[in-house]
Design a protein around this ligand. Structure first.
Ligand SMILES: Cc1cc2nc3c(=O)[nH]c(=O)nc-3n(C[C@H](O)[C@H](O)[C@H](O)COP(=O)(O)OP(=O)(O)OC[C@H]3O[C@@H](n4cnc5c(N)ncnc54)[C@H](O)[C@@H]3O)c2cc1C
Length: 251
């Protein structure tokens, strides 16, 4: 994590520990299996318990979008990753690939190009969606090769990834591939709540309130455009304040 205010660079789990140490209330670590509304109460079921409340804040985040090519899962953590690491030392002198066409893919390619010997930037279209300034920087980098109109079809290797075969038939020998193709919000538990969505992201107003009375949402799963810790934390605070106001209103 490189840009959360007050922490110049910190590993995600270490930042989470700081948050937990700061949290005034009890944290219950259980996987939620279902959420529904029973009369005037929301019911959150886990494997062990059922929790009830008059209001609900959804903050389930996102999971990485999978591309679905052959052996993608097999080499996860063994040459295939969904995010670039903060510590780039291990990438020094390696041949890498970044897959994607948005800002995050362009930023990732620029970031790893500083350490890598060679970076293939693979995009399924002819043009990038990302910011023109980033595209110019990419084009100026001698060790980044653009591989356009192409996408991975198969990952190959023996225990560890050694190459990627593209749908164009080209096979690239690489040490590590980063799939920067966005995320899918974890809305799978929200079906019974009838919350309005936009492209699978929960629609919220400026109080982080959804269209369903008493249901608030915060963080990556909402339709707010910036998916960062600073925005998720701020939205959580706004949602908590909104939920408190809602409770006061209903008495
Ligand atoms: C590798 C990586 C690097 C990043 N780097 C940065 C960075 O440098 N700066 C930055 O600002 N942002 C960064 N981000 C983005 C940032 O992490 C997110 O925007 C932020 O964490 C969103 O917060 P959130 O609370 O919405 O979701 P999350 O932090 O994803 O939290 C959602 C939580 O819900 C839990 N959950 C999901 N389903 C269930 C369930 N059924 N039952 C119980 N719990 C459940 C998950 O386990 C998780 O703990 C990065 C993200 C990644 C993955």
């Amino acid at each position: 994590m490189d840009n959360y205010l007050g922490f110049k660079s910190i590993k995600g789990p270490d930042l989470a520990k700081e948050f937990i140490a700061h949290a005034p209330d009890k944290i219950i670590e259980e996987e939620v299996k279902s959420i529904c509304r029973q009369d005037k109460l929301f019911e959150v079921k886990t494997e062990k318990s059922v929790y009830q409340g008059q209001t609900l804040i959804l903050a389930l985040g996102m999971k990485s979008r999978k591309l679905g090519f052959k052996n993608e899962e097999k080499f996860l953590g063994k040459g295939i990753a969904y995010y670039t690491p903060t510590d780039l030392v291990e990438l020094k002198g390696k041949t890498l690939a970044v897959v994607g066409g948005g800002d995050s893919a362009l930023c990732a390619a620029l970031k790893v190009a500083g350490s890598a010997k060679r970076v293939y930037l693979i995009h399924r279209r002819n043009e990038f969606r990302g910011a023109p300034a980033l595209i110019d920087q990419i084009k100026a980098k001698k060790n980044i090769e653009l591989v356009l109109n192409a996408q991975p079809e198969e990952a190959k290797g023996d225990g560890k990834l050694t190459s990627i075969v593209l749908n164009t038939g080209r096979e690239l020998e690489i040490d590590q591939v980063f799939l920067e193709v966005g995320g899918v919000p974890n809305v799978y538990l929200c079906g019974e709540l009838s919350v309005e969505m936009d492209n699978n992201f929960i629609k919220v107003d400026k109080r982080q309130q959804t269209n369903a009375p008493g249901v608030f949402a915060a963080g990556d799963m909402t339709d707010n455009p910036l998916k960062q810790i600073v925005t998720a934390a701020a939205e959580g605070a706004v949602a908590a304040t909104g939920a408190y106001g809602y409770l006061k209103n209903i008495g």
